[in-house]
Design a protein. Structure first.
Length: 217
């Protein structure tokens, strides 16, 4: 497990900038953009990604397609709509708010798409102090893309959000190999990963935890 404190990977114009190379693995990345009415243009390169409003709203222009994202007040108020950006695209984001860009290296190209908030599958997992709400923006059975998996977990205060402890580092009938990036809003909270090493980290809003292997919960 790697704990990345808030602000430590900032690279203008990005408030958070994690690539597969900087994470030390093959596919997963994450960016965060904070806007106050201005526009930012960028290329996706060999990554597919989402534009996911954490707060506020924006307009997305990509490959001749223009999408208005209505967004939300905060991640704790509502499920947001989102946009999908394919590999090899140039995009421009204009708006006010904070926007996450979960990303993954991909080999297949899909069109630019709009994801309505009403079509995001929402489920409650677990029970008691292990209950939490999962917003499946880009889960395998919810949204068609190449490599990217991106979900949002809302955990009530005092609850565990990944119980029972599980892992994603062995390819088998019951387990998929995944590179996991946890981005935290709110806090403080605790994340525990154990396997080769047993690590407990205190996390707060804006912190990131990378989980390349091992049990976590």
């Amino acid at each position: 497990m790697t704990l990345i404190p808030a602000g430590s990977t900032a690279l203008a114009p990005w408030a958070l900038f994690i690539t597969p190379e900087s994470a030390g693995w093959a596919y997963a990345g994450l960016r965060l953009l904070c806007l106050s009415g201005e526009s930012v243009e960028f290329t996706t390169g060999d990554e597919e990604m989402l534009v996911l409003p954490l707060s506020g709203s924006c307009e997305v222009e990509c490959d001749g397609v223009r999408l208005a994202l209505h967004g939300r007040t905060s991640v704790f108020h509502a499920v947001s709509d989102f946009a999908y950006l394919p590999v090899g695209a140039t995009a421009r984001i204009t708006g006010t708010g904070r926007f996450a860009f979960p990303a993954a290296r991909a080999s297949r190209s899909f069109p630019v798409r709009y994801g309505p908030a009403r079509e995001v599958p929402v489920e409650v997992r677990g029970a008691g102090q292990a209950s939490r709400q999962v917003n499946n923006f880009c889960a395998p059975d919810a949204f068609d893309c190449d490599k990217l998996v991106a979900v949002e977990v809302l955990t009530p205060g005092g609850n565990w959000s990944s119980y029972p402890p599980h892992k994603h580092d062995t390819a088998s009938e019951h387990e998929a190999v995944l590179e996991e990036i946890y981005y935290f809003e709110g806090g403080p909270g605790y994340q525990r990963v154990y396997g080769t090493h047993d690590t407990l980290a205190e996390v707060s809003g804006g912190d990131v935890v990378l989980v390349p292997h091992g049990y976590h919960g």
